[in-house]
Design a binder for this molecule. Structure first.
Ligand code: ATP
Length: 517
């Protein structure tokens, strides 16, 4: 674990050192859980967004996009339930003065029991080899059974307090924390305050006070911008059910515990798609979207073993099915995306609060109804973090040296091709510029002439540039260059005229999209 934390720290400093992510307002020592994307980060982020957008809007004839405003009429948040119920249960440790989410403390405790069971299984697997029967081992091993019992008991209590009548049972939550002997990781004590509710929405004022300013909120999710535009899009686009509306945009949450870099931010970006369907078909569509979204993730080639579904124990009052797609980060499996079957809750609430009829007339059955919704909701920043974590490597080379390399999927890499003149003489810089001038319309290229070639390669490895080209004496004679591959470090001689053909397909988002079909 300590080693994993070390790796994570290195990734965070790598992000800063190489222009991916900076603390916000860095010269003023930063702002808690707010970050800026630098010259390389913004390119990677834009590529992630394009991959998502195109997979939704280009690959589905029945999905269209919108871009709604961040500010919305305040009643939106009354209707959606965010004013009354978008709360996290928080608890403070009196000794360390640190604040935690009470639900997260309990979930971490559950994960500890699961970890213990997993460790026993792994040990036994090693001991018994092929003859190992996991089901039998789980049913008979005393240590596994003991931990499973503890897990089940805690799980049951946790579900009860989270789903208590009238909202979360805060006293019950504190009692669980005390009974389980959960300690503050900083002070190591059990000196906890009571659990309190905390609303996560940021408030501000619109208009001057003299005008009778009204309190408005920074949107905590992009989804409501889609719901309030359902009728506009359905009517103007003459959309037939089932159809989807996709949106990418900023969201804001005043998170209580904002740690782990860009995993939990106070200002972040979401990519959400609401898929409107006929009531009664939601579980089929839920299954379909689970599969589609998992495929989108796994298509990046990070290995299926690094993803899992985590079905929700605690369903929001409006949802009838919900799951998370979790990715194996250096700090464990963590949610990157949520897929929710939200019934007709949001549209019905907006109909009720606005007094407008929000329904769909089904020409096939001649009836009107409020559509149901399947939502897929993914955080751009968490996706960015998962890609960084998986791509970062400190590689031991055969000659004893190490190199730091980002094995980014080529289609997402900020820079696709770096072009180097071997020396700054004999027309080599001009030739290198000529190559760039030709290729820059097709993908992102970078010119570098400083330092030895080896150093330039290493610099490009640190930002995950998949290809480097060197212009040398021979280039001037026969128009060939050396093309170096980031991952294999192999170099081969190719004709300048062939460069585009070799590189373009591999670095385009289209190449990723084609694999999805
Ligand atoms: P968590 O349980 O981690 O707080 P959530 O279940 O509240 O997340 P959703 O409301 O389902 O998250 O939001 C959908 C997606 O938005 C998440 O899967 C995540 O990728 C992203 N997201 C949510 N909150 C944040 C945040 N504070 N910082 C960065 N990304 C976030």
């Amino acid at each position: 674990m300590a080693q994993q934390e070390d790796v994570f720290k290195k990734i965070v400093s790598h992000c800063k050192e190489y222009g991916f992510v900076f603390p916000s307002s860095d010269i003023y020592d930063g702002l808690g859980a707010v970050y800026d994307y630098g010259q390389n980060g913004v390119e990677l982020k834009n590529n992630i967004k394009q991959y998502w957008w195109q997979s939704m809007v280009l690959l589905h004839e029945n999905i269209v996009g919108i871009d709604a405003a961040i500010f919305m009429h305040p009643t939106t948040w009354k209707a959606s339930g965010h004013v009354d119920a978008f709360n996290d249960p928080l608890i403070d440790n009196r000794d360390s003065k640190k604040r935690y989410r009470a639900d997260v403390l309990i979930e971490d405790q559950l994960a500890k029991y699961e970890d213990k069971i997993q460790k026993e299984i792994e040990k036994a697997q090693k001991r018994f080899g092929d003859a190992f029967d996991e089901a039998q081992f789980r049913a008979t091993n005393a240590r596994v059974l003991e931990n499973q019992e503890k897990f089940d008991a805690l799980h049951k209590r946790y579900q009860e307090v989270m789903n208590a009548e009238g909202g979360i049972d805060l006293e019950g939550m504190k009692q669980i924390i005390l009974d389980e002997g959960i300690v503050c990781p900083i002070s190591g004590t059990r000196n906890w305050t009571d659990v309190r509710q905390f609303n996560l929405m940021f408030k501000t004022e619109m208009g001057s006070t003299a005008d009778g300013a009204s309190t408005i909120y920074l949107r905590p999710e992009t989804a409501q911008g889609i719901f309030v535009n359902y009728l506009n899009v359905q009517k103007t686009g003459r959309m037939k059910l089932p159809f989807g509306i996709a949106q990418i945009g900023k969201a804001f949450r005043n998170e209580i515990v904002a740690r782990q870099f860009i995993f939990r931010m106070r200002e972040f970006e979401q990519m959400e798609m609401q898929f409107f369907i006929k009531p009664g078909t939601e579980l089929d569509w839920f299954a379909k979207w689970k599969e589609t979204r998992m495929k989108w993730h796994q298509n990046l080639g990070f290995g299926a073993e690094n993803y899992r579904f985590h079905d929700h124990d605690k369903l929001a009052h409006y949802a009838n099915a919900a799951t998370d797609i979790e990715f194996h980060m250096p700090f464990g499996f963590k949610e990157v995306e949520g897929i929710h079957s939200r019934t007709n809750f949001d549209l019905s609430q907006h109909a009720k609060y606005s007094g407008k009829k929000i329904e769909y007339f089904d020409p096939e059955t001649n009836e009107s109804y409020t559509p149901y919704v399947i939502e897929t909701s993914i955080g751009v920043d968490r996706m960015f973090l998962s890609i960084m974590c998986h791509s970062y490597e400190e590689q031991q080379l055969p000659d004893g040296q190490t190199r730091t390399v980002l094995h980014l999927p080529a289609a997402l890499a900020p820079v696709k091709l770096a072009v180097f003149p071997l020396t700054k003489k004999d027309g080599m810089p001009e030739k290198a510029q000529e190559i760039i001038n030709d290729l820059r319309f097709h993908f992102n290229c970078k010119y570098e002439e400083k330092d030895q070639i080896g150093k330039r390669y290493r610099r490009m490895d640190t930002i995950g540039c998949p290809y480097c080209v060197t212009v040398d004496q021979q280039t001037l004679e026969d128009n060939t260059v050396t093309l170096r591959d980031r991952d294999t470090m192999e170099q081969r001689r190719v004709a300048i005229g062939d460069l585009r053909g070799i590189i373009e397909d591999k670095v385009s988002i289209t190449s990723l999209l084609k694999k999805l079909l």
